[in-house]
Design a protein around this ligand. Structure first.
Ligand SMILES: Nc1ncnc2c1ncn2[C@@H]1O[C@H](COP(=O)(O)OP(=O)(O)OP(=O)(O)O)[C@@H](O)[C@H]1O
Length: 252
């Protein structure tokens, strides 16, 4: 069973502490939303957890040997750029790199086909990835992360730039991956979708973890006002939680 355990994780950048003493354990089956305002430290936390940034404290992923880590964690960074004019299938196939030595086997091709189907991209397999829209390219890169079939998935704002249907379907996929027994950590600014699809939210502010729990316990009027500077409408409905920011509030 793979868990993601962070103990007292801190990061300094240019002598400034931008992440301070984060201790959390994420377990299989959890779809965890990482939320917080711009600059709160969400990307920093994910990159440090993966061992991509120098840090203090301990991350159970960062200490793994490179090859094991590549099989353990899939990473979808915020900056998404497809650099080469290759097919969608080839880009998604890169997610299989940790799984074979010389050339992909039948199970690698099956994982790619499955990831393409999951992201609604089966008909795009032969198309040149560079000739897709920004949102379509984002879905290709999510498919690449899915093809990796890693027990841990970290995704930094994966639904930014997607249309509403694809935002919903992508969050549903992440929730389902957690339901299949993976650890999913996803940063997002849409608190409504976070409340709807995540079983647990981590709220960051100024590099510190200020709340950790079920969405209803984290998205309180106090946290919304003090951390995000907004007042919002939030209600439980037969269709699940509904969240709508209403106005900016001034805190003395
Ligand atoms: N290369 C860098 N050098 C110095 N400071 C940095 C660097 N990268 C990020 N920071 C600072 O670290 C802090 C956390 O940044 P981070 O990108 O983790 O925030 P975030 O929560 O992901 O923000 P956003 O929602 O805007 O993507 C910010 O104050 C940022 O200015």
């Amino acid at each position: 069973m793979t868990v993601l355990e962070l103990s007292d994780l801190s990061v300094r950048r240019q002598a400034r502490e931008v992440l301070s003493g984060i201790s959390v354990t994420l377990r299989p089956g959890e779809c965890v939303g990482l939320v917080g305002p711009n600059g709160a430290g969400k990307t920093t936390l994910m990159r440090a957890a993966l061992g991509l940034l120098p840090h203090e404290g301990r991350s159970s992923l960062a200490i793994l040997p490179q090859h094991t880590r590549a099989r353990t964690a899939a990473w979808l960074p915020q900056m998404r750029e497809i650099a080469w004019p290759v097919s969608v299938e080839t880009v998604v196939g890169l997610g299989r790199t940790p799984h074979f030595r010389t050339r992909p086997a039948a199970q690698d091709r099956a994982a790619v086909a499955d990831a393409l189907a999951r992201m609604g991209l089966a008909a795009y397999a032969e198309r040149t990835a560079l000739r897709l829209s920004g949102g379509e390219q984002a879905r290709v890169l999510i498919a690449r992360a899915l093809a990796q079939e890693a027990p841990v998935l970290l995704a930094d704002e994966p639904i930014a730039g997607l249309d509403p249907a694809h935002q919903l379907s992508t969050m549903r996929i992440f929730a389902d991956l957690a339901g299949e027994g993976r650890v999913v950590l996803v940063s997002l600014h849409d608190l409504g979708l976070a409340a709807r699809f995540c079983t647990r939210l981590l709220l960051l502010s100024g590099g510190r973890l200020v709340a950790d729990g079920p969405p209803g316990a984290v998205l309180t009027p106090q946290n919304l006002a003090h951390v995000f500077g907004v007042r919002a409408f939030m209600a439980e409905t037969p269709d699940g939680p509904v969240f709508q920011p209403l106005e900016v509030v001034e805190i003395d």
